[in-house]
Design a binder for this molecule. Sequence first.
Ligand SMILES: Cc1ncc(COP(=O)(O)O)c(C=O)c1O
Length: 467
Amino acid sequence: MGASRPAPPSRTYPIRGSARCAERVSGTSPCTRTSTLTDWAELQELDRRHVWHPYGALPAQLPALPVVSAEGVRLRLADGRELIDGMSSWWCAVHGYRHPALDAALREQLERMAHVMFGGLTHEPAVRLAERLVDIAPGDLQHVFFADSGSVSVEVAIKMALQCQRAIGRPERTRLFTVRGGYHGDTFGAMAVCDPVGGMHSLFTGVLAEHVFADRPPDGFDRPLDDRWAEHVSEQLGRHAHELAAVILEPVVQGAGGMRFHSPQCLDLLRRLCDEHGLLLILDEIATGFGRTGALFACEHAGIAPDIMCVGKALTGGYMTLAATLCTAEVAQTISAGEGEALMHGPTYMANPLACSAARASLDLLADGTWRENVARIERGLQEGLAPARELPGVADVRVLGAIGVVQLEHHVDLAAATAAAVAHGVWLRPFRDLIYTMPPYVIDERELARVCAAVIEASRCASGIK
Ligand SMILES: Cc1ncc(COP(=O)(O)O)c(C=O)c1O
């Protein structure tokens, strides 16, 4: 491997920055360094050679587009082009970029402190955020564990369920029950409940915990509960109940596992089965939380609440990485009275004050309720704007729920062609597998949304090889 590694570039990389910063970095007087315009061609090449990107190879096959700034719904590229962000930075930037309220919250917090450890110490941003989350959370979720990413919050949720079962004298209940087609993150506990075929199970055979998978819920948000699926799930769950700690599920929308929507009645069934068999219900609202599906939390469509809930992504409005695992008083009390008398988790950057401040400001923005009208407006716009995709050859399905629009092809997307087509339309999209999809910021206006829809259609054409 070492022999084939490309040699690092020898010349010093020219940086654009303040003189003070240059002095600190180089240890020389600012006058001895020239501050030139960023050489993006070189940066991109360095990036390609040395930097891992998500699910990436090295060197990367496709160069990543350099973004120099972002404002509202637009990303500004190094060459001056502007792209409307059709992805909200993977579900996160619901209020758009450089929102004055979020910028101000971070600046204000920075004046106080960027971070302190959370073991033995506490601070207002975390306490106030926990209070707000408990306030808006469905059902009786009363306690909040802050984690540093969605995947980690899923690990924490799994630990909560296992510790809880152990504490009530059922240490043999160590498996989880879930459905096919799910995605819950990339850490090992989370990977083990991702779809065993579409996920990464085959790469980690023998390492991942072996959980129980039922068939994925039948497609269709509006369809009534499918009797055969209900029977299948009830039978599977009943058969394995003695070894199960919890059911884990993405409510209503399966995201990275396939961008599929299912009936809220599936959730209702699983809630009832959990109660019947003494299992905890973990809902992963990391993608769906904070309004994306038209309800503040997707489980509200079913009128049910989980025992444990994970949130992340849009929690900070796309500003900082932060997630949280919420649980009921019963779960918390059981764990705290059990072996170890504590929840066995504690990340170094737990409840980072900057991230908590951004999250509080984001929840303040959501509190006025305008997100509801915006998401309903986006839903109408996506339905209308994506409808022509149904007529395209090679398109298997077009579906919309809340501020999520999906075009599913009959084959895998040509990523380079689809991305280039969207970029040529002034839109940023990130297709995967057979899916070209969008979940724009809630603040996108009508014209921008029409552009996003046109870009999705054009990307679908190009990905299908239609000229
Ligand atoms: C439903 C769901 N759960 C968990 C995760 C993992 O979150 P993170 O990428 O922040 O670790 C994701 C990320 O896409 C997700 O969509």
